[in-house]
Design a protein around this ligand. Sequence first.
Ligand code: ZN
Length: 220
Amino acid sequence: MKSVQTEHDTAAYQAKKLLADLDLHCSALHAATFPVTDPIETHRAIYYAKISADFANELEAETMVIHSGVHRNTPPAQRKTLTARIYGEVMPYTRKLGLILALENLASNSHAYGKDPAELNEVLDAIPHGDEVGITLDTSHAAAANNVQQLVETYHGRLRNVHISNPKHRPITEQTPELNDFIARLKRYGYREPLTIELSPKCACNEIQRTRLTLEKALG
Ligand SMILES: [Zn+2]
């Protein structure tokens, strides 16, 4: 997975070269996000989503991970209007590129709205053609909100991406019962999409490697 971090992060050449050198395929791209509070800011959120979609298209990614696009302090009625306005422009654009959007569950302290199924469903309902939008399950955010199981049970049929790590995006260094239960649930529901190791930039290379080995063991 590749992340678009800023509005200036628009040159796909470096990422494309890295993928070719390592003989890898980028299946998902994390869009640059901007949680809107005021209608005047919607153009910025739309612009971020569109440059991210262009980047995803250049890397031939199938999925683009998105956040709700609205700030959690926005009043309910305005949340709906802003979401509809942003994704009313973004959806036709990404559909034309053949790109699937996957809305991510967020941490409780995130600026953007969408931490649990109730909030995510509200966002999906407000997005025009929201039934075409998949879900990205982030285990770090979900573990902190204590809703990993609830998210798998609610969205197993529309999961497009799983971000896996311990809370606060710390490495996974042991095969805990919670990890085994999570993997077993994904297998039971026939999950075939990517499992993305999403760690804090503070993690060292050996922690990334240990996380990978622990996950490979847990996957069996
Ligand atoms: Zn994530």
